[in-house]
Design a protein around this ligand. Sequence first.
Ligand SMILES: Cc1cc2nc3c(=O)[nH]c(=O)nc-3n(C[C@H](O)[C@H](O)[C@H](O)COP(=O)(O)OP(=O)(O)OC[C@H]3O[C@@H](n4cnc5c(N)ncnc54)[C@H](O)[C@@H]3O)c2cc1C
Length: 320
Amino acid sequence: MYRSFMIYLSEAGWARGMVTNWNFAWRTAKRFVAGEKLEDAIQAIKDLNDKGINATLDHLGENTTSPAKAQKATDTAIEILEAIDHAGVSSNLSVKLTQIGLALDEELCAQNLHKIVETAMKHGTFVRIDMEDSPWVETTLNLYRRMRADCSCENLGVVIQAYMYRSANDITHLMQDQSRVRLCKGAYKEPAHVAFPKKKDVDTNFDQLTKQLVDASFASGSPHISSDGKIPPIPAIATHDDQRILFAKNYAKKIGLPEKALEFQMLHGIRRDLQEQLSSEGYPVRVYVPYGTEWYPYFTRRLAERPANVWFFISNFFRR
Ligand SMILES: Cc1cc2nc3c(=O)[nH]c(=O)nc-3n(C[C@H](O)[C@H](O)[C@H](O)COP(=O)(O)OP(=O)(O)OC[C@H]3O[C@@H](n4cnc5c(N)ncnc54)[C@H](O)[C@@H]3O)c2cc1C
């Protein structure tokens, strides 16, 4: 009920208009967002890199409403790839396809994605296509496959959400060409005919999908993370859930997958203790570092994940 309401708010224009005008809301959002400018994000990444942790950088924005805005988002993604190279930081890029035009025109989005992937290849870095809500899953996977075939490269990966019933089947297909997959639980409100409504079932499926990824990685020679930290291994287990992480570690150990072939990913501002602990155990750790002015939907989804975050939000109101 709480989660559904918060996710409804994340999509409500009236709430966005109101909340983004509150200074204390931005103060709270800053726990999860590196800042409004690219320099802020690069600085956050430098701090992570100093601790041996890699990053994936995201310019916040989704559901772009005009081709000109989709073009601008594409130009920004290219700028980010250049800035990563220029700053010499260990980071790759995450993009949402609706930000670069998927909701407007699939071909326009394909062209924009193509430009981004070409730039990534030029700079020897990697692009992860984030996964959005269920109406976009099929098209996102189709575009991912098309780009991989076009570039025949390792520079592109995708995300699978454990709450979706279809995910085991999607991973089976993605493993045919050793795709690099970020596995997460799923952040949107989905109907019961497409996604498991109960958290317990999502968690069970998460472990099953982890097993599938770890097995597939082992079968294809356990590719390690690249030495510069930019190109991730096949399984990237994106969660802050101790039990899911323990399962992944134990299963990988059991079948003999080396630490460097199993990445853990977390969100900026969440479970820093765990990020550092996993890194000290020898696993590659990557933090998702978002920046920009379009922080409202991302921030509200973070509130949806944890009711205690609302108290943090309210306490910032009283600190005005
Ligand atoms: C690197 C990364 C990339 C992601 N990319 C996508 C994507 O492309 N598409 C998509 O749908 N979703 C994405 N997500 C979000 C994901 O689907 C979940 O919504 C989110 O990670 C919370 O689930 P959890 O696995 O941490 O487990 P949960 O069971 O929700 O949480 C486990 C524990 O983690 C901590 N925790 C979790 N969330 C928070 C929070 N917001 N604030 C404070 N503590 C918290 C708490 O201690 C909690 O008890 C991504 C997540 C990560 C880490």
